[in-house]
Design a protein around this ligand. Structure first.
Ligand code: SAM
Ligand code: SF4
Length: 431
């Protein structure tokens, strides 16, 4: 979502002639768009500001803005601790950025902008064309969260759930496709909680699937509690909807799920997987895990390990529990940290083993790959298959924006390499 927000910040600042630059030490304005989900994100802000300071030691100081969730949660602390920062702007206030920059140009103080103006923000953004021209583009459809998992900052930094209208989203999706997008990933902190005047995520998926040149649709991140039958059915009925579902579970233990306030059990979670597999046996899953949550015993952890062996996630994103100020879990007693670290290492090596087996199994098979760009090595193209696996092939024909059948000839746990099937039907799904 921060990538989407950063692109929209560029679209806004263009209006006052501030353009994106690759030459960092010539920049007149630095915008650090931040994430607050785990501790290291805040440390990174201080580190990045330190780097900018060093770079500009002998030059005129640029305008320095910190945007995003760190600004929302720790804006006043940042401003107090780091005088080099001119203003902090929360994720629901970044539509004010031009006013703030112009004030700072006139040396007027612009400090803390962290109101929750989500409606005003999207009203503003809707009037400005989305100029993103990536083959695979993001589209924020929903923001915020009402779930209040005990460990999570999102309800406090992004605010309550808000869904954009079907009409404005269809318009923006068309703009992205006109700019060249072949794939759109619909984004939301709880993307399947999307609800605009009774229209759900599945309605939006079917609506944008009508855009002829759009070939692939994805969505992330979904919450098990909101995984309704209509969304499950969309995986059967919508050809453009990709068969990879990112469905965070956090833990394999019901006791820990309850402690986290996740609002579902493992049995309910597995039922969703079963239903999805039934409507589309090709579906694969990825998930997020928090290891070492307060109260997690070795037995709880073993249940999480059992879960990943059973589901065989093709991607597992695991994080050690990070106590975030302001969340209910902040005050809970942490488990022994060397033990938590040991569990994380063991979990990640198991997840890697599962992933490696999966990737090895793809060698010799064919997959449909949407090519996104040329690699640094001329005549080689980078793309992704339906499961987001990275695939590289050699080709004398430009493949950017095209979907080709590729025979996978070799690979490692990160990247697959293959050859284009010259004579095979170039399956473009609903093309
Ligand atoms: N809304 C999604 C859900 O509920 O599944 C997750 C969104 S959250 C922005 C992304 C991931 O960050 C979570 O799934 C969780 O694994 C991780 N995360 C969030 N807070 C965390 C914390 N305090 N410590 C460690 N990991 C955390
Ligand atoms: Fe955070 Fe996701 Fe829980 Fe909402 S549902 S509080 S975004 S982890």
């Amino acid at each position: 979502m921060n990538e989407y927000d950063s692109n929209r910040i560029y679209d806004l600042t263009k209006k006052i002639d501030y353009l994106k630059t690759e030459i960092l030490d010539e920049a007149d304005c630095y915008v650090l768009n931040t994430c607050h989900i785990r501790e290291k994100a805040t440390d990174k802000v201080y580190h990045d500001i330190g780097r900018v300071k060093k770079q500009f030691r002998k030059k005129t100081k640029p305008i320095v803005l910190v945007t995003g969730c760190v600004a929302q949660a720790e804006g006043n602390i940042l401003l107090k601790k780091e005088k080099y920062i001119d203003a902090v702007i929360g994720p629901q206030s970044f539509h004010e950025i031009n006013k703030i920059i112009l004030n700072l140009e006139k040396k007027q103080k612009s400090i803390n902008f962290t109101e929750f103006d989500v409606i005003e923000k999207f009203d503003n953004l809707n009037s400005i064309k989305n100029s993103c021209n990536e083959i695979s583009s993001f589209l924020t459809i929903q923001e915020g969260c009402n779930k209040f998992c005990k460990f999570c900052v999102v309800p406090y930094t992004r605010g309550a759930e808000y869904s954009r209208s079907l009409k404005e989203l269809s318009e923006e999706a068309k703009q992205l496709v006109n700019n060249g997008a072949k794939e759109i990933t619909l984004l939301g902190q709880n993307v399947n909680a999307y609800n605009f005047e009774g229209k759900k995520l599945s309605d939006l998926i079917f609506q944008i699937s009508k855009i002829k040149d759009l070939k692939r649709i994805r969505y992330t991140t979904s919450h098990p509690k909101d995984f309704t039958q209509d969304l499950i059915d969309a995986h059967k009925d919508c050809e453009k909807l990709m068969p990879l579902v990112h469905l965070p579970v956090q833990s394999g233990s019901n006791k820990i799920l309850e402690a986290m306030n996740r609002k579902h059990t493992i049995e309910e979670y597995l039922k969703i997987i079963e239903k999805l597999n039934k409507v589309n046996p090709g579906i694969k899953f990825s998930s997020d895990f928090i290891i070492g949550y307060p109260g997690e015993t070795l037995e709880d952890f073993k249940q999480t390990e059992k879960l990943i062996k059973d589901v065989k996630y093709i991607n597992s994103y695991s994080f050690i529990f990070s106590a975030r100020p302001g969340t209910p879990a902040f005050k809970l007693e942490k488990i022994d940290q060397p033990e938590a670290m040991q569990r994380l290492i063991s979990f990640q090596s198991l997840a890697e083993e599962i992933k490696t087996k999966y990737m090895e199994n793809l060698i010799g098979k064919t997959s449909n790959v949407l090519f996104e760009n040329k690699t640094k090595d001329k005549n080689k193209y980078f793309g992704r298959d339906e499961y987001l696996n990275s695939v590289i092939v050699r080709s004398s024909e430009s493949l950017v924006g095209k979907i080709r059948k590729v025979k996978i000839t070799r690979g490692n746990h990160k990247t697959l390499y293959g050859e284009i099937f010259p004579n095979l039907n170039q399956n473009n799904y609903a093309a």
